[in-house]
Write a protein of this length. Structure first.
Length: 233
């Protein structure tokens, strides 16, 4: 039964992805305004952009962290490396696939071990993941220097160069951030500036910010792309 439901879930995701790719640039998160400045709280911004942030809001409330995003909590200015609805859907699918794999290997997996909606995820897991993506200060693209994070020749670890390190709200765990500037008209570093993040001193993947500098009254959203995999962060 669980596998059948998971297969249906995969089918729904495929339809969503087809719809997104047919009407938007791949991985682009709509900031809602031309200049990315919103005269509202981060929570109100999410409410106004439910196409990308509906499941995110459910996860935030399930984790008991709404005050962090509506400006009523301890931290009056934050930066959120934002996970969108599709990131969360993919996380549910990845978890359920892991349950299927464990079951095939003889594990004692019950239907209650599967996650079919955001509120099936334990609140503590939601809180830990969200806090890992929040920096308790306002960070803009211009605040991040050029840098690199490349695998060593053996492909086992990463070497981090320049960039900037920030402590997240999750046990002060550090995030490494850096900017990569593309060439333009043959001139080095005169093209598009790409913002990247990764968990510092880890083997986790590098992830590009899809839409940067979405400004609200109580912080900045640096939106991760639809391809972001929570299970690999």
């Amino acid at each position: 039964m669980a596998s059948k439901l998971t297969n249906l879930f995969y089918g729904a995701l495929v339809l969503i992805m087809i719809n997104i790719c047919s009407c938007t640039d791949y991985n682009y998160i709509d900031g809602g305004t031309a200049n990315g400045i919103h005269n509202c709280t981060m929570w109100e911004y999410f409410e106004n952009q439910t196409y990308d942030w509906d499941s995110t809001m459910i996860m935030i409330e399930h984790a008991g962290l709404k005050s962090l995003f509506d400006g009523s909590g301890e931290h009056k200015q934050i930066t959120f490396f934002g996970i969108t609805d599709l990131c969360i859907v993919r996380y549910l699918l990845d978890h359920n696939k892991a349950m299927d794999d464990a079951k095939e290997q003889g594990g004692d997996i019950k239907d209650s071990d599967y996650w079919y909606q955001v509120t099936d995820i334990p609140p503590a897991i939601c809180a830990a993941f969200l806090n890992r993506l929040v920096i308790p200060e306002r960070i803009m693209l211009k605040d991040i220097p050029e840098g690199k994070r490349l695998k060593d020749p053996e492909g086992l670890t990463y070497k981090e160069t320049e960039g900037k390190v920030f402590a997240s709200l999750f046990m002060q765990e550090e995030l490494f951030t850096w900017v990569f500037s593309e060439a333009y008209a043959g001139i080095s570093k005169k093209g598009e500036k790409q913002l990247w993040i990764a968990r510092r001193l880890s083997t986790a993947d590098n992830w590009r910010i899809a839409s940067s500098d979405i400004q609200t009254t109580n912080g900045v959203v640096q939106a991760l792309g639809y391809d972001f995999k929570m299970i690999n962060f």
